[in-house]
Ligand binder design. Structure first.
Ligand code: SAM
Length: 279
């Protein structure tokens, strides 16, 4: 891989979050964490020099890998030669329509990626909010981001992103990865997070109501949920108090102390009583 990068005069571009992996044990471990087997279709975001793509190709049925940087074309032609089940798409994944892409993938798939750090959260949220046939994501992210994805209610890392992910499934760190395993070496360590859409999620009456309830819960962390409900939905205090009583939320509670399922119950009640807010 390094030889191919050198041969084709490749220069790393910080703006694209280019920190490549090459350790074969780590690459195999990521593929194994993801649960990829011969029946799995994989979507990768950021092929880079193709190290993870090749490891995925050895286990998966097929791999579709996006790469924004066209200067990697000759490198990937070399490093992925003979990988017949890989298709590299040289486009900006952030601009892709997920419904269209899912039609093209024709069935269930897993996302496995060493994500470019500058778009980690928007990419993950795209799958959390829009995917229909994605079974889950196994992604390398900065350690701090991993903590946010997997946080428990009431902890400083718990936030709107945690609650959004938890509605779709379970999120766990499968391994911590030292910065020394990346080229070039970033300033922070990383972790692999597995977000499993097939386990641990829950249904809500309205996804929009849940999103708005979560937004409201974290609107102002220093304020009580009652006060945040009043500001977010222009709700009289009496109505906010009654809603929280029905949702079994103690008076004076802050939004960040409510676990995702409690936020789901609150959003269902709110949707039942004030549908017009979410049309
Ligand atoms: N998978 C490779 C590996 O593990 O060595 C590369 C990972 S590197 C962290 C992220 C890769 O994503 C880079 O190759 C970068 O050019 C690519 N990338 C950055 N932004 C992208 C985008 N919007 N769409 C597709 N690829 C992108």
């Amino acid at each position: 891989m390094e030889e191919a990068l050198y041969k084709h005069n490749f220069t790393f571009k910080k703006k694209y979050g280019q920190n490549f992996l090459s350790d074969p044990n780590l690459l195999r471990a990521i593929v194994s964490d993801a649960g990829v087997d011969g029946d799995t279709a994989v979507l990768e975001i950021g092929a880079g020099a193709g190290a993870l793509t090749r490891a995925l190709s050895e286990k998966a049925k097929k791999v579709v890998s996006y790469e924004i940087d066209k200067s990697l074309q000759p490198v990937l032609a070399e490093t992925l030669s003979g990988c017949e089940n890989v298709e590299v798409v040289f486009r900006d994944f952030a601009r892709e329509s997920l419904p269209t892409l899912e039609k093209e993938l024709k069935g269930e798939y897993l996302v496995v990626a060493n994500l470019p750090y500058y778009i980690t959260t928007p990419v993950v949220m795209k799958f959390v909010e829009e995917s229909k046939s994605c079974l889950g994501l196994t992604v390398m992210v900065q350690e701090e981001v991993a903590r946010r994805f997997c946080a428990v209610a009431g902890s400083p890392d718990y936030g709107a992103v945690t609650a959004a992910i938890a509605r779709r499934g379970s999120a766990t760190v499968t391994r911590y990865v030292s910065r020394t395993l990346f080229t070039p070496r970033p300033n922070v360590d990383s972790a692999v997070v597995k977000i499993d859409f097939t386990a641990g999620g829950f249904a809500v009456e309205s996804e929009k109501a849940y999103r708005e309830t979560v937004r409201c819960a974290f609107l102002n962390r220093r304020k009580t949920l009652e006060n945040n409900l009043m500001s977010a939905f222009s709700m009289p205090r009496g109505e906010a108090k009654e809603l929280l009583r029905q949702a079994d939320v103690p008076g004076g509670a802050r939004g960040e102390t409510l676990p995702p399922r409690a936020l789901g119950r609150l959003s269902d009640l709110l949707f039942g009583q004030r549908k017009e807010l979410f049309l």
